[in-house]
Design a protein. Sequence first.
Length: 136
Amino acid sequence: MTVAARFPAAEARLGALAVLLLVAPIRAQQSKAASAGPTPVSSQRQFLDRYCVGCHNERLRTGGMTFVPADSAKPSAQPELWEKVVRKLRTGVMPPPTAPQPPESDRLALLTWLETSLNAASAAKPNPGRTKRCGA
């Protein structure tokens, strides 16, 4: 006679325990992700609102740029604008030295997010530019 036949309740408890052990880490991960703070898009928008929109708004348009209508959730919709933002942030030109500066970790997070988004969009829809026929 097998152990399972002699102790059916024990087998049921072991099965329930196994399921619990498998599900608990998944639920913990989900709740940790939910409480981790703002989503990348909202935190990027907060960064822009705090450090950029004061000068780059509809009224001032400093440097001919405005971030108010810009969709920070889809950098691929305006790649020229966001590439310019990457260059200015990467070189430390923006925000200007006289303006409040973001923590370096926030600057790097925004840069990483923008570069990753722009690279993914570029890979999905490559644009080699105009081609010219030879001998035509």
